[in-house]
Design a protein around this ligand. Sequence first.
Ligand SMILES: [Zn+2]
Length: 354
Amino acid sequence: MLRRDGWKVRVLDNLEPQTHRHGCPSWVRPDHDFIRGDLRDRATIAAALADIDVVFHQAAYGGYMPEIAKYVEVNSLGTAQMLEVIREENLPLKKFIVASSQAVYSEGAATCPEHRLVFPPVRPVAQLRQGDWEVRCPICHAITTSAPTPENAPIGGETVYGLTKVDQEKLVLLWGKQIGIPTVALRYSCTYGPRQSIFNPYTGVIAIFCTRLLNDLPPVLYEDGEQTRDFSFVEDIARANLLAAETDALDGLPVNVGSGRGVSIREVAAQISDALGIQIAPEAKGEFRPGEMRHLTSDTGRIRAAGYQPQVDLASGIGRYLDWIGAQKDVREYFSEAAEILREKGIVHHVRSK
Ligand SMILES: [Zn+2]
């Protein structure tokens, strides 16, 4: 999208093997200005940032694994070092955009019958062990319904990944104000689309469900599958980045990027199943991940007011992803092995049998 609009683009990527199982992907062509290197290396950062006007900082380590130091090192320290290099070298940057995430929220906003819009905390593990998935009002404990989450909802992060996303956006936004460089933190909803790794079993629910079904296995739903998420097609995420680069209306702010529509994970599984013509009922065996939010729909008022309009709905986005997967070789399924590891490491829990 950037190239099409006449930008000169340089890419820095470490080609993490969990995502890029077969090395450099075919869409990186020899005439691209591509640096294979790690964000944790200062000299690499300095080389990548030379002569750059706008940084779109997407690099991060993601997922639910218990590698606390790696998240902090890549996400928090990696970002901090970029900011230091820009300041030390006095680089004439025009804007710095950082990819944040809806994972910065503890739980999605909710509506209580009595207290209207409330911001519930993460659900207690003791409650989840009972197989009780409801989100309750923090004031009266009534069962709530999901509401769009605005940017001013409390942030904290209930997973190590979420916590490092809070670090990243706070570091970038406050540094920008100190140094006088415009910054934007884009809080992405669940992102999917062509080129999303079909090898990484730890992140990307749509990719995981596709590879499960294509291998004649049922999609696995955590909780009861009725938790909801907001999905963004990758091109819409790219559009949001371009908009943030070109407008000054979002400068200095955290900004939700999403469709504004919540879809249950069970519904996502059904849509993929229908699109593939593979009817295998999903499994929900009472497994859950502590710290995971029940519902998250982005309130997209802020970015829409700046001119953003997502263009690809979930059904056509899933279709586009399946077309792309259809052209890939080696569509294996890595989730079964990963699911076992997540259980062993205590990341995925099971409801207590009665
Ligand atoms: Zn209430």
